[in-house]
Design a protein around this ligand. Structure first.
Ligand code: ARG
Ligand code: ZN
Ligand code: CA
Length: 268
């Protein structure tokens, strides 16, 4: 199969009983904004692509991929691809992972499950890695019932698409871009290397070595491990407004996962 790769997405909104369009129970429009961000960022149609520093423009890459809200539910019936469920709890930590996802779940071999809820204590989102034999991912989580991405409702969607109630530094939907990067096998750009230069890194050759994450929104260039840091990468920890690229190496790695990994290849 060749591109464009079409990925059916189901968004489960696990809310607190609010009316639709208020609180955690965000509007369909806000959900659709998040899907638009994924399509723009992964296909390098983001309007801030021009902000990529010229020294990195040559490695900036697009995937040929389309995220679509599911049109059929697991029973084959028409759906908006948005499911709203009153959660058994109001806020959720990573320790509640299995319980959160059991509130609403569609088969992970057929859908990218995206849970939107109130995550506790400033957690923006988290993802499950693919089952894969790629370097560094052998022991990745292997549970289909928790496969997918969870994000906080205050970082879902982008101010480019509407006047949503978003956390100021994370108001362009890049948390989901980052988490879906993990879902397709990308590691953090600094490889969680704890300050070490020349560590295992992210197993991607064209992302510069950096021992630590970058936060906030520094000015370019920043230097770490004797090279300019690519803090504009979606897999760093910078603010949404300062991120604008995946590299060719990252795109290749994601394509390998999408074409070969169980519960990724079956999405196509
Ligand atoms: N802390 C989260 C993670 O490690 C997400 C970081 C997202 N960053 C952003 N600018 N939205 O997966
Ligand atoms: Zn991450
Ligand atoms: Ca690298």
């Amino acid at each position: 199969q060749s591109g464009p790769y079409r990925i059916p997405v189901v968004v489960h909104i696990i809310h607190k009983g609010e009316a639709v369009g208020t609180g955690v129970n965000i509007s369909d429009e806000q959900v659709r904004s998040q899907i638009k961000v994924l399509n723009r960022d992964f296909n390098r149609l983001n309007t801030d692509a021009s902000s990529t520093p010229s020294e990195f423009a040559g490695v900036a890459a697009k995937l040929d991929i389309e995220f679509v809200l599911a049109k059929q539910n697991p029973a084959g019936e028409p759906t908006t691809g948005i499911v709203r469920v009153r959660g058994s709890k109001n806020t959720w930590t990573v320790n509640d992972d299995a319980t959160l996802k059991a509130q609403s779940y569609w088969p992970a071999e057929d859908y990218l499950n995206l849970w939107v809820t109130d995550l506790s204590s400033g957690l923006l989102g988290y993802a499950q890695f693919p089952v894969s034999s790629l370097a560094g991912l052998e022991s990745a989580e292997n549970n289909r019932l928790t496969d997918g991405v969870a994000i906080d409702y205050t970082v879902t969607g982008s101010l480019d698409d509407g006047n949503f109630n978003l956390t100021s530094s994370f108001n362009r939907g890049r948390t989901a871009t980052h988490e879906v990067g993990h879902f397709f096998g990308l590691r953090h750009i600094w490889g969680d290397d704890n300050g070490l230069c020349g560590g295992n890194g992210d197993y991607v050759a064209d992302t510069p070595d950096q021992g630590n994450s970058t936060s906030g929104c520094p000015s370019h260039p920043q230097t770490a491990c004797s090279v300019h840091t690519m803090f504009q990468n979606y897999m760093d920890y910078t603010n949404d407004a300062c991120m604008n690229l995946f590299t060719s190496g990252q795109a290749d790695r994601m394509m390998t996962v999408i074409e070969n990994s169980p519960r990724r290849a079956s999405l196509l």
